[in-house]
Design a protein around this ligand. Sequence first.
Ligand SMILES: Cc1cc2nc3c(=O)[nH]c(=O)nc-3n(C[C@H](O)[C@H](O)[C@H](O)COP(=O)(O)OP(=O)(O)OC[C@H]3O[C@@H](n4cnc5c(N)ncnc54)[C@H](O)[C@@H]3O)c2cc1C
Length: 491
Amino acid sequence: MLMTGKEYIESLRKLNTRVYMFGERVDNWVDHPIIRPSINSVAATYDLAQEDEYKDIMTAKSNITGKIVNRFTHLHQSTEDLKNKVKMQRLLGQKTASCFQRCVGMDAFNAVYSTTFEVDEKYGTSYHKNFIEYLKHVQENDLTVDGAMTDPKGDRGLAPHAQKDPDLYLRIVERREDGIVVRGAKAHQTGSINSHEHIIMPTIAMGEADKDYAVSFACESDVEGLYMIYGRQSCDTRKMEKDNDIDVGNKKFGGQEALVVFDNVFIPNNRIFLCGEYDFAGMMVERFAGYHRQSYGGCKVGVGDVIIGAAALAAEYNGADKASHIKDKLIEMTHLNETLFSCGIACSAEGCPTKAGNYQIDLLLANVCKQNVTRFPYEIGRLAEDIAGGLMVTMPSESDFKSDTIVGSNGETLGDICNKYFAGSDKASTEERQRILRFLENVCLGTAAVGYRTESMHGAGSPQAQRIMISRQGNIQGKKEMAKELAGIKK
Ligand SMILES: Cc1cc2nc3c(=O)[nH]c(=O)nc-3n(C[C@H](O)[C@H](O)[C@H](O)COP(=O)(O)OP(=O)(O)OC[C@H]3O[C@@H](n4cnc5c(N)ncnc54)[C@H](O)[C@@H]3O)c2cc1C
C-alpha cells in the first residue's frame, strides 16, 4: 500500500514517539513549527510517488512481494534501478531544496540485505530471513525508516571497548533467549523523529574485543526506552516568529537531525540482523557508506539546481544578469553541479550484483562522488553569495518591510523606506528580491545549510573516510604495472 503525504503525516500522530527540544518534552511534535517543515519534506517522498509523471522513478516492483512499492523501500535489482534512485533524489532536491531524509533507510536496507546473506552463509545464522520478513513489513506499510550508523564515538583515538564510558558506542548489554537488550546512542540521525522505525548498524570495522558492539537490528520509534533529542539548526527560531513567511527563506520544507538514545531497549530475535559477528561489521559499514555516497550525487544536485536558479534570479533582480562574469559564474555552478550528477550516475551504471542478488554501486566511483560533494557545494554556495550581493545577510526583517511606523519627515513609514532603498531592477518587486535573497541565505547559512553544506562535508563520512576507500580501491599496483609495461621495465 502506497501512502499519500497526508496519510504519512497522520501515521506519525499514532506513534508515541518521545521527542525533546529546548530542554523539554514536545508532545505535539508533528505540528511544531520547527519540526513540521522537515516532516513536509518526507511527505513529498510519498506525494510524488502518487503522480503519474514520476511513477517510473518514484516507484518500483518489489523483488520480494512482486507489488509496486515506493523506491525508498526498494532493493535495487539492476543498474537501471541504481540510476533511477539518483534521479529520484535529484527530483526531490529540486522540489524541497532540503534534505528529504528518507535515503538513509533505503541505503541501510540495501546494505543489510546483502551483508546478512553473507553472514548466514558463513555462520548458518538466520539474519537474512529476519531481514526479508522485516522489509516486507516496511514495503507493505510504506514506512519511513531511519538508517542509523554513527555512534557518538567519544575519544576518536580509542576502539569501542576501550572508551572510558562504554555507552559511547551502542552495544549489547544483555543476551536473552528471546532477544537482546541494547544500550547507547546514535548521533546526527537524519529524519529520525519523522521515521516510523530505525535500522541500526555498527559505525566501524571491529575486532573480537568489540564483539558486543557488532550489532544490527530494527526497532519502532516508540519502543520502550528509546527517545530523541532534536538537533537545533542555524536560524531555526525564525520559524517560531509570529506570521513568519519571507524571513524563513524556505517556508514549507526543511531537514532534521537528532540524537537517538537507547536506554536498555529490548530487541526480539526476529528483528536482529547481526549479533556479535564482528568480522562482518566492516562489510556492512562499507556497503552502507557506498550507497550513501552515491545518494549525494542526486540529492545535493537537486538542491544545487534550485540554488543556481535562485542566483540567476538574484542577478536579474539586481540588474546584473547581462554581465559576462555573472553568466560565467552560472556556467561554473552548472558545471560543478552536473559533475556531481555524473559521478552519481557513473557509480550506478558501473554497479554489479551482490551475492544476495541486489545491486551494489561501483565503490571507487561512489567514493569519488562523495569526495567531490565535500567540495563542490561549498564552491556553488560561494558563487551564489557572490552573485547575491551583501544584502543577503544585511537586510532588515520582513516586519520592517511591512511596518506602518512613521519614520520619515514626509510621513514615510518604515515599510516605505525599506521598499524604497532595497528596490532593484524593474524586473521584480522589492518583495520578490527579498524572497530570493532570503532563500539563498537559508540554503547557504540558515536551516537548510545543515543539509546542503555540513551534510555534504560529513554525511556518509568525513572526507578522509572517502580517501581511505579511494586508496584501497585505486589499484596503484595495477597502475604501476601498466607504466612498467609501456616504459619497458622488466622487473
Ligand atoms: C547533517 C548530517 C546528517 C547526518 N545524518 C546521518 C544519518 O542519518 N545516519 C548516520 O548514521 N549518520 C549521519 N551523519 C553522521 C556522519 O556520518 C558523521 O558526521 C561522520 O561520519 C563524521 O563523524 P563525526 O561527525 O562524529 O565527526 P568526527 O568523527 O569527530 O570527525 C571530525 C574530524 O576528525 C577526523 N577523525 C575522526 N576520527 C579520526 C581518527 N580516528 N583518526 C583520524 N582522524 C579522525 C575526521 O576525519 C574529521 O576530519 C550525519 C551527519 C551530518 C553532519
